[in-house]
Design a protein around this ligand. Sequence first.
Ligand code: 1HN
Length: 347
Amino acid sequence: MELAHEDKTGRQAFYEKLDGVHTAPLWAVMSQLVTPEPRSRCVPHKWDYAGMRALLMEAGGLITAKEAERRVLVLENPGIRGLSQVTQSLYAGLQLILPGEVAPSHRHAAAALRLIIEGSGYTAVNGERIPMAPGDFILTPSWMFHDHGNLSDDPVVWLDGLDVPIVNLFDASFAEGYPGGDVQHVDRLAGDARARYGANMVPLEYEPDSKSSPVFHYPYARVREALLQIESAGMCDASHGFKLQYANPVTGGYPMPTMAAYMQLLPAGFCGQPYRSTDATVYCAREGKGTTFVGNERIEWSVGDVFVVPSWATTSHQVGERSVLFSFSDRAAQKALGVWREERLND
Ligand code: 1HN
């Protein structure tokens, strides 16, 4: 910011004096601190699934899931390398578990969500083993023990999303291993959480003891069926196609306090209107193929590809064939804090 009466040497000496006592003049930095609109260092980027899968398999030959604790390739936003961040607030990675492997049980303050890309395995959480199938959405809420395994004959690969950068922003990170070995004690039947909380009913006089959805598993088969039925009813959103958000059935709100997640069907020939919002978003293509325009960039995607859209970047989707996109963002946290904004733009 230019000041009316230049006195550069006097000011410089003053700034050095301030610097010596861990102080700085706000007027020199204010325009970068408080911008008229979001100015993200993050950039749009796509991680091609075929290439990432090959690298995961290479990692599979170099380190076991147990030795690595989590055999994950972290997706780093090219604009902020070295921070293990896919956006300013979120972590994303691709995880591989080979047949017979176990990723040992642990818990941490950060919450995780997963979108299964290929194969079948399980995640154990809250004493229950949750089966993983392609397209399934799975939660491991904050401070709940979780371990993963693969009892099949093929690799299982999924996309992890965590709110690690948010927890670390608050310097509120805690983590510990499961005291009883690699695999947590399983004391609930398969399907227990879904039976108790996922049938549009809850246990008698239920009072939530967690800020996250007690339903840890949202199988893709049901989501897909819902999207197809909604598509057949028409009323396509001009920007989003047919889009559903994952919900905590107890509150109707987001499945976790920090993260929102979505599945959207883009009907054949869809040519979406541009849209932007303050929640930078990570997408994973579930079915079909298409193009997403992000600012001046053009991202071509097909099944398994992961791509990231920065905050406030103008975004539009186009497809030839019917396609399905999964996505997640920090919208839950932004809405809780009252800072979330969106804008629909017209061509
Ligand atoms: C974690 O616990 C998992 O449980 C995956 O699968 C990725 C990234 C950072 C910190 C903890 C998992 C993670 C993680």
